[in-house]
Design a protein around this ligand. Structure first.
Ligand code: F6P
Length: 536
């Protein structure tokens, strides 16, 4: 049965129709003194206030019943049991195992982990073997004063996670090294980095789960060509050798060896690309913040994992947020969600969440291959505050579309300019308040309708453990909405089409055979060939 055929779906629709037109956030607070207590909660490292959403306690009850019918808990347990829940690729989904302590940690007593067979126990032991090796290498590289620049070449999950974390934990980056993240195949990105570095003091990390992604491979080849042209050597005995200055982070160790990289850190096909920052893909993070802080990040994520895998639905933050996402998308009809981190450190978080959520849940078929008749992933977008306030918040306050906003803020702003931090967070709180209360009595042009929904996530501080917990919270929340929709949140077949067509066009460009290609595409390709940029 697909989710929208469940009787609970129809009940939620009726519930929405009953609320619609009459639901007013301010009145809801006035009528229910317990509203804030009921609709907010503390989870590991994160306090969440859901009370400014178009929900009531009975909305959550109905959503909980839908989750039960959709067997969200059973799907979650199947993930914990290591079952191949990524059906189209025949893979288990076990990124959470990467942050599970060797003895099972907070999950050690869980009935599912008690039943783990030998292969799961072996997987956990392999995880720790690889983690030790990765952290050892990270410490060696950190201590190597000759290396002043670390250049991570990767894209998607092999780029966004490490970039977000290294930026976010800037105050923990104590190696005196510069970190560069190159992802775009636009040569300007790599070119600008290579202009600033020298082969003898640069470490290149070639990060690609598949080691076949076209953009990463082209950037990696160009980096190697530059390295060899500027005094680097392919001779393993040389001091400035590819052996010493390139490391591959991949599950495809064979392809890395063919590329000529002997130092490879591997991981497993059960780690999805967008969930991989906890694996060898996290090497740049470990070099930046060191083994101890990397482990703290894993511990924070593990605390959130344990919360997700054990807490009852009603007090399980990833479950509540995932169900709120379903409510907003399918019943309120909101097509997008704005994420506004009020933190300079988290300035790239929204880009990371775009891949996490839209690549995971941007699907239109169930796991059984049935077309879904209801929308799935919303468009996730946003910018850090307060910048967003001076750009698109106008539309959020007065535009005809209602767009839920998710504020992320920190109680303690860290070591710089405390007065700035107060101003920053007060702005976030005031925006959430303004969206709710609006303004009236000043004429249509100036009035703000108010009653606009928002969620507020508050971390004590931006540090490795809280950041790990925050990211794990998003991973699990996306799992929950995907589980309700009955989709496979762990494949990404849509991305393949563009890759294949780009390859086809590269071949046709060489053969000049345009037969069967649509006129618009041919005309654009011919303009490209005639472009003055090419000197033709
Ligand atoms: O965008 C598709 C995708 O496959 C992502 O899922 C992945 O994170 C990215 O490409 C990079 O893939 P790889 O790590 O294999 O280079």
């Amino acid at each position: 049965m697909v989710c929208y055929e469940a009787p609970e779906w129809a009940q939620l629709q009726s519930h929405f129709h009953a609320l619609q037109g009459d639901f007013d956030l301010q009145r809801a607070f006035a009528q229910d003194a317990q509203r804030l207590a009921r609709l907010s909660q503390a989870a590991p490292y994160v306090f969440a206030d859901l009370s400014k959403n178009w929900i009531q306690a009975d909305t959550e009850t109905l959503l909980g019943q839908l989750a039960q019918t959709c067997q969200v808990a059973a799907q979650r347990d199947a993930m914990l049991a290591g079952q191949p829940i990524n059906g189209t690729e025949g893979r288990a989904v076990m990124h959470w195992l990467l942050r599970t302590p060797a003895d099972g940690g907070l999950l050690r007593e869980h009935p599912v982990t008690q039943d783990w067979d030998g292969s799961m126990r072996q997987a956990l032991s392999d995880v720790h073997g690889s983690l030790e090796a990765m952290l050892q290498l990270a410490e060696q590289l950190r201590a190597n004063a000759q290396i002043t620049d670390v250049v991570n070449i990767g894209i998607g999950g092999s780029h966004l996670g490490p970039e977000v974390v290294v930026q976010a934990l800037e105050d923990w980056v104590d190696t005196g090294k510069n970190f560069h993240f190159v992802s775009n195949v636009d040569g300007h990105e790599l070119g600008h980095v290579l202009r600033k570095v020298k082969p003898e003091s640069t470490l290149f990390l070639i990060a690609s789960k598949s080691f076949t992604t076209a953009e990463t491979m082209l950037n990696a080849h160009s980096a190697r060509t530059w390295f060899l042209a500027h005094g680097g050597s392919a001779d393993a005995q040389a001091t400035c050798s590819i052996d010493r200055h390139f490391v591959a982070l991949t599950t495809n160790t064979e392809a890395a060896a063919q590329f000529g990289i002997s130092r490879t850190l591997g991981f497993w096909d059960w780690v999805g690309g967008r969930f991989s920052l906890w694996s060898a893909i996290g090497l740049p993070i470990a070099i930046a913040i060191g083994a101890l802080q990397f482990r703290r990040m894993l511990d924070g994520a593990h605390a959130m994992d344990a919360h997700f895998f054990t807490a009852a639905h009603a007090q399980n933050l990833p479950v509540r947020l995932g169900l709120l996402d379903v409510w907003n998308r399918n019943f309120c009809g909101f097509g997008s969600r704005c994420v506004a981190p009020y933190s300079h450190g988290l300035r790239r978080l929204t880009a990371y969440l775009q891949q996490l959520e839209m690549e995971s849940n941007g699907k239109r078929a169930t796991r059984a291959g049935q077309p879904l008749a209801v929308p799935t992933s919303p468009v996730v977008w946003g910018e850090p505050g307060t910048n967003g306030q001076h750009a698109f918040f106008q539309m959020l306050h007065q535009g005809p579309d209602v767009i839920p906003v998710e504020f992320i803020a920190l109680r303690d702003g860290g070591k710089y300019l405390g007065a700035h931090h107060q101003s920053l967070v007060i702005n976030a709180i005031a925006q959430a308040q303004a969206l709710m209360v609006g303004r009236s009595g000043q004429g249509v042009a100036r009035d703000c309708p108010g009653n606009r929904p928002s969620t507020f996530l508050l971390l004590d501080a931006l540090e490795p453990a809280s950041l790990g917990a925050l990211i794990a919270l998003y991973e699990h929340r996306i799992f929950v909405s995907g589980a309700v929709w009955g989709i496979n949140s762990f494949d990404q077949w849509g991305v393949e089409l563009g890759k294949q067509l780009a390859q086809g066009l590269r071949e046709r460009q060489r053969s000049h055979d345009w037969q069967g290609v649509d006129p618009s595409t041919v005309a654009l390709m011919q303009r490209l060939a005639a472009s003055p940029v090419n000197g033709n």
